[in-house]
Design a protein around this ligand. Sequence first.
Ligand code: UDP
Ligand code: MG
Length: 313
Amino acid sequence: MAKPEISVVIPVYNEQDNLEALFGRLMPVMDRTGKPYEVLFTNDGSRDRSGEILKDFHKRRPKEVRVIDFNGNFGQHMAIMAAFERVRGDVIVTLDADLQNPPEEIPKLLAAIDAGHDVVGGFRKHRQDTFFRTYASRIINAIRERITNIHMKDQGCMLRAYKRNIIDSIVEARESSMYIPALAYTFAASPAEVEVEHAARAAGESKYRLYDLIRLNFDLMTGFSVVPLQVFTVFGMVVSVFSLLFVVFLLVRRLIVGPEAEGVFTLFAILYFLVGIGIMGLGIIGEYVGRIYKEVRRRPRFIIRSIHEEINE
Ligand code: UDP
Ligand code: MG
């Protein structure tokens, strides 16, 4: 058995109604590449029949399909990490299980890798998500573009391909919360982006609630940039300078005009605004402290219950 050249990595969480169609489309695409390949599915603690379906895939294509079964739900990026720690291919492709990323686009990514790029990201041509998701994501992309050194058109698209050394670096990083496309980008020598199709979710619903999306983006900001902290320091300095000028102004008025008590409510408004900003600042510091706390704890990032694979090396 030849060692696989391509490894396809797919995180799965409650996708029972999508898996059969995914399998039916992915395998022929991979067979047509003519290269030995493997597909690693991580069952991220699904509570539906996904786990059984994946094991069945392994039975049907034991040489190609490997299944990692998590002990609970550890999140999409950890599901991908567990597979990254085990992939054998020289090129690694990530893909969502819900058929939003058409498997038929994989050869496009492989072609860009063959052309010499080490990280190839897909950007979604006609994004098929809710209006809110699409626009919120555009704003987040714009902020990330400003405050980090990561430049990509579409950070949210998980249809991506990486060369082996990039994956090795990601595995070595061992961070407990990470955003894989961004981390890969920081290791890339020659990143590229290709346009890919995007479909609406074939079945089921998105696993990301609004709060999860906010958390994910905080991870991205605090994991790749200290600009939020710096902006805060600068803002504090600017406010202090203005406050000082205001104090001098009031002092002079007190001497010229005499005692006054007007404008109390204006002052309250300004005060509340600044208290709000202050609390937000604490929150931002808290995000970094929490991140440091998670890292120093060094708890296992995920727990694997069982692995179903046939590797004879
Ligand atoms: N996913 C996962 N663990 C989770 C959430 C999601 O493995 O906790 C998988 C999910 O099964 C899918 C991919 O990650 O294959 C993307 O999830 P989803 O389609 O819900 O995200 P969206 O496309 O809405 O961003
Ligand atoms: Mg999806």
